[in-house]
Design a binder for this molecule. Structure first.
Ligand SMILES: NC(=O)c1ccc[n+]([C@@H]2O[C@H](COP(=O)([O-])OP(=O)(O)OC[C@H]3O[C@@H](n4cnc5c(N)ncnc54)[C@H](OP(=O)(O)O)[C@@H]3O)[C@@H](O)[C@H]2O)c1
Length: 280
């Protein structure tokens, strides 16, 4: 599996496994199936309420812990120095792990919810830097951060975020956030790489998929990887888990990349970092 080198020297696989909405036994089973199919990265979050299931799936797979890249995230209602430390220990205990590969701030504090959003993010980050320093987390990063959030964080950060996980799929791929992150050596990771199925009827994607003898889902994933962006598609369906894995045996041409880049906005979740908890 191709990997990207993070700005802290650690490596992240280009393709991992998403787990949003995969809870309880379904979560355990799907993580086990993914790991036994070859996936070596699992993405969860405190908010998904499935960290226990993910931990159990990892154990049940029999794959050695050190071979797996595990990510979880700090929920946005727990920003702040003390809260972060506490939330991190809770997540680690639920996962039944003794270290994390990647810990992300799930959403930045914003002006709508905080009198001093810059300080809330900075204090959260300070706690994460300490946890990394103590060896409890290998890499630390952010999610849903726009350039303004990152610039503010840079003012006080000792360590640069290694990752920015953002909504990125055909029809909504935030080129400005992507370019800004990459310019600052922050690897971009895509969430909802399949737009949760909302772009599957698009004719540009269908035609390209037909030409390559691939599914529309595989074309979406391949297009993202060719942008040097890490993907974490979620599925609890064994055949789809396998299908999403098989995207490294074909390549999209420059023209095909351009056609997908230029698709009008579609499949957008409606979630924006500056207005949460509301949606557009
Ligand atoms: N940082 C953030 O704020 C944030 C936000 C959202 C998500 N995430 C992370 O990103 C991961 C992926 O995003 P997501 O779960 O929102 O959406 P997604 O991966 O774009 O789509 C998942 C949906 O697509 C279906 N699917 C998967 N593979 C398919 C295939 N080959 N053909 C047809 N349908 C397929 C799945 O159905 P079945 O499961 O029924 O097969 C599921 O309903 C999440 O699981 C989570 O780990 C992070």
């Amino acid at each position: 599996m191709k990997k990207q080198i993070l700005n802290d020297g650690h490596k992240i696989p280009m393709l991992g496994f998403g787990t949003y909405k995969a809870t309880r036994q379904e979560g355990v089973e799907s993580v086990k199936i993914a790991l036994n199919s070859g996936y070596r990265m699992i993405d969860t979050a405190a908010k998904y309420e499935n960290e226990e299931a993910v931990g159990k799936g990892i154990k049940a797979s029999g794959v050695p812990r050190e071979e797996i890249f595990v990510t979880t995230k700090l929920w946005r209602e727990r920003l702040g120095y003390e809260q972060t430390k506490k939330a991190f220990e809770e997540s680690l205990a639920k996962l039944e792990l003794d270290y994390l590969d990647l810990y992300l701030i799930h959403w930045p504090a914003n002006a709508k919810n905080y009198d001093n959003w810059q300080e809330a993010n900075a204090e959260t980050w300070r706690a994460m830097e300490e946890l990394q320093e103590e060896g409890k987390i290998k890499s630390i990063g952010v999610s849903n951060f726009w350039p303004g959030h990152l610039e503010a964080l840079f003012e006080t950060a000792k360590v640069k975020p290694a990752i920015n996980q953002i909504e990125f799929h055909p029809g909504y791929w935030q080129p400005e956030v992507t370019n800004f992150s990459k310019e600052h050596s922050i690897v971009v990771e895509s969430w909802s790489p399949l737009a949760r199925g909302k772009v599957f009827g698009n004719s540009v994607l269908s035609q390209i998929a037909k030409k390559h003898g691939k599914s529309v889902a595989q074309v979406c994933l391949r297009w993202i990887v060719q942008h040097d962006v890490v993907i974490i598609p979620k599925s609890t369906t064994p055949a789809r888990i396998e299908e999403n894995w098989n995207i490294f045996d074909f390549e999209l041409s420059e023209d095909e990349m351009k056609k997908i880049n230029e698709m009008p906005q579609m499949g957008f979740s409606g979630e924006l970092p500056n207005i949460w908890p509301d949606r557009v």
